[in-house]
Design a protein around this ligand. Structure first.
Ligand code: FE2
Ligand code: FE2
Length: 381
């Protein structure tokens, strides 16, 4: 039976265990030549098998297959946001709460969703075009949908109904320090087990109004949910910006490099947009919302004034240490190292985010096999 790994122990420990299993199994399969064996899930995703007849190098296939998986995951979460809060979204109160961050939020959500779907479809089509195996995660669409008006009742890959959102990116991009040179950052607030989409129509009626500031308990609840979504958008897209920057350094073919940097640029574009919108949840007139269920509060980050690491309109990346502290500060995407923002680091971050809460052991093995293979890719010239 599939085990809910998110509640079974620390995510780092679990991922390390799965990773060791993947390594052991891949070494074994190499030994027996894979012939005729009934293959476990991780083996089906092992890139050395999938790359055998491809025109691309093994490393390039591994990079593209992991990115295809990441884009399928992104597409799954963005589709959930889009069904409820997009331009044709079905939850009027959630849309209104998102519009309290910016009137254009529904259109931006829909366009971001379209972008992710196009990334996933392109990467898989390119893999096929080059004779490599595309990625399909359909068997892992097992998580429940929201019961709120607007959500389709289908299986999901990702959980948005209780998230621990890492906000260290907010201070990291306002700081002149760089995690790749050993610095670490505390987020400006802590979001723990907080929904980013409405759960059901009793909790947050879809027909209610959503004034600024919210007045009723249910209005406060839904505004906190929408504010969480705003910060989660930024979290996801800064991760994509760093992931693409990191994997670009490992690409061999110029065409694969072109794909990675061209999609990566759009991830950075998304991040910048959401960074700006999330800041509206913690500035006037919306600041001060508290979720009556979880106690999560979104304070005014601009009060007291003068705190540069909090100031809401400082959304452009501050110049920071880069390559060496002997060099002048430079405004860059950061981190961009395998350790901090490679494929395995990205999956570990998604696990800590609770994005995969309730997923099966087989899913973790499959996704870690893809991630480990991508991180192992080396530039071959
Ligand atoms: Fe994407
Ligand atoms: Fe993205």
């Amino acid at each position: 039976m599939a085990r809910d790994v998110s509640t079974a122990g620390s995510s780092d420990q679990l991922l390390d265990t799965y990773w060791r299993n993947v390594v052991r199994r891949r070494a074994f399969l190499k030994g027996v030549g894979m012939a005729g064996a009934a293959l476990p899930a991780a083996a089906l995703f092992a890139t050395n098998v999938q790359a055998a007849d491809s025109m691309l190098s093994k490393g390039d296939v591994a990079i593209l297959r992991f990115l295809a998986a990441a884009e399928i995951i992104e597409s799954d979460l963005w589709q959930q946001y889009n069904e409820l809060g997009g331009a044709d979204g079905g939850n009027a109160a959630y849309i209104a709460a998102l519009q309290n961050l910016d009137g254009d939020m529904p259109q931006y959500i829909t366009d971001n969703t379209d972008d992710e779907l196009s990334h996933a479809a392109f990467l898989n089509a390119y893999l096929r075009w080059k004779g490599a195996q595309p990625v399909n995660l359909d068997e892992f669409r097992i998580l429940p949908s929201s019961k709120a008006a607007g959500a389709r009742q289908i299986g999901r890959l990702t959980n948005l109904q209780g998230l621990d959102v890492d906000l260290s990116w907010y201070t990291r991009y306002r700081s002149s320090e760089n995690p790749d040179l050993g610095d670490s950052f505390a987020g400006p607030l802590t979001i723990t087990n907080q929904p980013a989409i409405p759960l059901d129509d009793t909790d947050t009626p879809p027909s209610m109004s959503q004034p600024v500031p919210p007045t009723t308990s249910q209005q406060n609840r839904l505004q906190a949910i929408a504010n969480t979504a705003g910060f989660h958008f930024g979290y996801i897209e800064q991760g994509g910006s760093s992931l693409y920057t990191t994997l670009a350094l490992q690409a061999s073919s110029l065409q694969v490099l072109r794909i990675v940097v061209s999609i990566g640029g759009v991830e950075a574009d998304h991040f910048s947009l959401w960074h700006d919108k999330a800041a509206n949840a913690v500035s006037q007139p919306l600041a001060g919302v508290t979720d009556p269920e979880t106690g999560l509060t979104f304070p005014d980050f601009n009060s007291p004034p003068g705190r540069e690491l909090f100031q809401t309109n400082k959304i452009l990346p501050e110049p920071c240490d880069f390559i060496s502290e002997d060099l002048p500060d430079c405004s860059v995407i950061r981190p961009s190292s395998t350790r901090n923002s490679g494929a395995v680091a990205t999956i570990k971050s998604f696990v800590a985010d609770q994005l995969f809460r309730g997923q099966s052991r087989e899913f973790f093995e499959a996704i870690m096999a893809l991630a480990a293979a991508a991180d192992a890719a080396r530039r071959e010239l």
